[in-house]
Design a protein. Structure first.
Lengths: 355, 353
């Protein structure tokens, strides 16, 4: 979002404008709007209970979206996250049947997820394959392996102490434990992306990979870590969903990858890489949750509208700014813009990281 | 290839024109080999399965194989057009769901409706959905992945709103419509004939028509295509429109084949369709691939599933096998294109030298 140069107006005005023009502010405003509308649709909307259930439902997608955000900032994509989640769940079930203690199983599951991520990372960075194609392939492969591991059975006899931990709230509040976990990870990934050299490298790679390589960044290694993190977090989400539903099976989380991508894009992370913030993703997740909850609570409105509203928002989140920019450009000289799934790398205009 | 055949024996120190010729031949061969590779894999799969379980190569079984792959093949043809232009259309499964229910409810409410009209309506609705995708991509300048992810939700949501929990049952559909999905013409299932016609028509279009060639130009280098005067926006819109229309046709045929349709018809098809195109050698970065490859990819994916079932391999291996095949296909493509690039570079450096 470009901050207009204040030539005539005061610096303060320009500051306010830049702030209002920020994507995060817009998403936050939409979130508040949804809250107001939601409360009008149903009196139950603004209650602690509805917050608890809405955020619980979104826990796993929320966790996965955080790590996915970093992958997308680096101009790659990981569509295999929901399958890694399923594989993690299946491995968890199998190891539990084998009699291992959960305290040991959980780190193993996360390691399996990291390994899955490493497979993605290897194929993308070492063999130079496009991540979209690779992760569509591993989407099928990892989900398939989940079925190979456990078939169509499921395990439901996890110890209540642990399922309560995943399902329960934090110390008598209305905040689910999963949201505490999410908050920790959000802060962690936020710091990693916005306050460390590693994060700055991720932005640089996403903005212009070639320039990043020539300026001495170890592009392949950094991307590898991003995929490994994405896999590990997806596996963690698999552990969480298995405990939360006290069911581990190979068919959990079908289609979650698309919801996670939707959250990331809605959060203002450019699908071309190089732009966006973790805060935006967190706010977008809040918005998704609020929309979902308000429409399911509302009487007389079919909950099928949830999908239509989310789809429209997703397109609008990119279309809106584009139309604004085009209107500005027609006012003052035009500039060719980019199109396509990915722009041709050489033609890409380098976007300066915003942070 | 207008030059005379240059199959000369052991040429010492190849002259520049001949090395150019050789590189061009290598390029052409590589593309043909890509499709031949799938045919070979397909043949091998059927052969091995046939040896282990002779029933697999029975006429009925092979017929089922083609029948199962035809709807995916039709969608994969449309997907190929879109991917060629360096875009992607992951809303096809939702478009299929929408049109499948439309066809079902139209025909169960008006059993006398002519079937060609239903198909035209299905393709019209699908085409409209596709055009919406295209316009958002070209005029809205929204990345295709974002647009079609959004419309994947929107079209599916509309299908749910429309069906409102109802479903169309086979009993309410006229027999002449359901026969489309089961009967044969000249020994070939009608569904397969549809797929063949679509593949051949679009294949010829891509090969011979100027606008078809332009799709490759756009995908190879969007900027260069624009500078060369290609009306890219119009071409990309057409690609999305055709993809939508073919998904619409697929929806009508889906209803004819399965009879029972609700709002979830075609859920997850988008991934199978993209996988079929990619296995068939259509590069996700655009500019290379053919609809024949995509259709063969659909057939290969379908055959793997059937073969594993016949061989009584644990059904749970199916998905993993398909994923592995997909990765193998793109890895081989990458390898071949690197070799090809090296060959071409050698040619141009020799020419310069």
């Amino acid at each position: 979002v470009p901050a207009e140069t204040a030539t005539t107006k005061s610096a303060g005005m320009a500051g306010v404008r830049a702030l209002l023009g920020r994507w995060e502010v817009l998403v936050a405003a939409l979130f508040l709007l949804t809250c107001v509308v939601g409360q009008n649709l149903s009196g139950e909307f603004l209650t602690a209970d509805s917050f608890t259930t809405a955020s619980l439902d979104l826990s796993e997608v929320a966790l996965m979206a955080l790590a996915l955000a970093l992958v997308v900032v680096a101009a790659e994509i990981d569509l295999s996250v929901a399958s890694v989640l399923a594989l993690s769940s299946a491995v968890m079930a199998e190891l539990w049947n084998a009699g291992l203690p959960l305290e040991l199983i959980m780190p193993i599951c996360i390691a399996v997820g990291a390994l899955c991520g490493a497979v993605n990372g290897f194929l993308v960075t070492r063999l130079g394959l496009p991540s979209l194609a690779v992760t569509i392939g591993t989407l099928a492969l990892f989900r398939g392996l989940a079925y190979v591991v456990i078939g169509d059975e499921s395990v439901t006899d996890f110890p209540i102490a642990w399922t309560d931990r995943a399902f329960g709230n934090f110390g008598g509040t209305a905040i689910p434990n999963t949201m505490i976990l999410f908050a920790f990870l959000a802060i962690g990934f936020g710091v990693l992306l916005h306050a460390t050299p590693f994060g700055r490298s991720v932005f640089a790679i996403g903005a212009n990979e070639e320039a990043a390589r020539f300026s001495g960044l170890r592009v392949k290694r950094i991307k590898m870590w991003l995929f490994v993190m994405s896999g590990a977090v997806a596996a963690l989400a698999g552990v969480v969903i298995s405990l939360r539903n006290s069911t581990a099976a190979a068919n959990v989380g079908q289609g979650f990858e698309l919801v996670a991508v939707a959250a990331v894009v809605l959060g203002g992370i450019s699908i071309f890489g190089g732009k966006g913030s973790i805060l935006g993703v967190v706010l977008a997740l809040g918005l998704l949750g609020a929309i979902q909850k308000s429409l399911t609570l509302a009487e007389g409105i079919s909950s099928y509208w949830v999908q239509i509203v989310i789809g429209t928002l997703l397109i609008g989140s990119v279309l809106g700014p584009n139309l604004v920019r085009r209107a500005r450009e027609t006012r003052g000289g035009s500039k060719p813009s980019r199109r396509g799934l990915w722009p041709s790398r050489r033609a890409a205009t380098p976007n300066a990281p915003q942070h | 290839m207008s030059a005379p055949a240059t199959v000369s024996p052991s040429a010492p120190a190849p002259a520049p024109p001949r090395s150019g010729e050789r590189a061009r031949k290598a390029t052409e061969l590589a593309f043909r080999v890509r499709e031949l590779g799938i045919v070979l894999a397909l043949g091998l799969l059927i052969l091995v399965t046939g040896i282990l379980e002779p029933r697999f190569v029975g006429a009925g079984s092979l017929r089922d194989l083609a029948l199962n792959a035809s709807i995916i093949a039709i969608l994969a043809v449309g997907q190929t057009l879109v991917i060629l232009t360096r875009n992607i259309d992951i809303s096809v499964g939702s478009i299929l769901g929408l049109t499948a229910f439309m066809a079902g409810s139209l025909l169960s409410n008006n059993p006398d409706l002519p079937i060609p009209l239903v198909m035209v309506l299905g393709m019209g609705l699908g085409g409209a959905c596709g055009l919406l995708n295209g316009v958002l991509v070209t005029y809205g300048k929204v990345p295709a992945l974002v647009v079609t992810l959004g419309t994947l939700y929107i079209f599916r949501g509309l299908a749910f709103l429309w069906t409102d929990g109802r479903q169309v049952n086979a009993e309410t559909l006229p027999d002449r419509f359901l026969n489309l999905g089961t009967e044969s013409l000249f020994g070939i299932p009608i569904l397969v004939l549809f797929a063949l016609v679509v593949v051949l028509v679009v294949g010829q279009y891509l090969r011979d028509m100027r606008s078809g060639r332009e799709l490759y130009a756009i995908g190879s280098n969007p900027e260069a295509a624009r500078l060369a005067g290609v009306r890219s926006d119009r071409r990309v819109n057409t690609a999305f429109l055709v993809s939508g229309a073919l998904a619409g046709l697929g929806g009508v045929l889906f209803t004819a084949r399965f009879g029972t349709v609700d709002a979830t018809a075609g859920t997850g098809y988008e991934l199978t369709v993209v996988a079929a195109a990619v296995v068939g050698g259509v590069a996700v970065f655009g500019g290379s691939g053919s609809v024949y490859g995509a259709a063969l990819g659909a057939l290969l994916l379908g055959s793997i599933t059937s073969s594993l079932i016949v061989l009584k391999v644990d059904a749970f291996w199916q998905m993993a096998a398909i994923g592995g095949l997909l990765l193998l296909a793109i890895a081989i493509d990458r390898f071949v294109s690197l070799r090809l690039e090296a060959a071409l570079r050698q040619r141009s450096s020799r020419r310069a030298g």
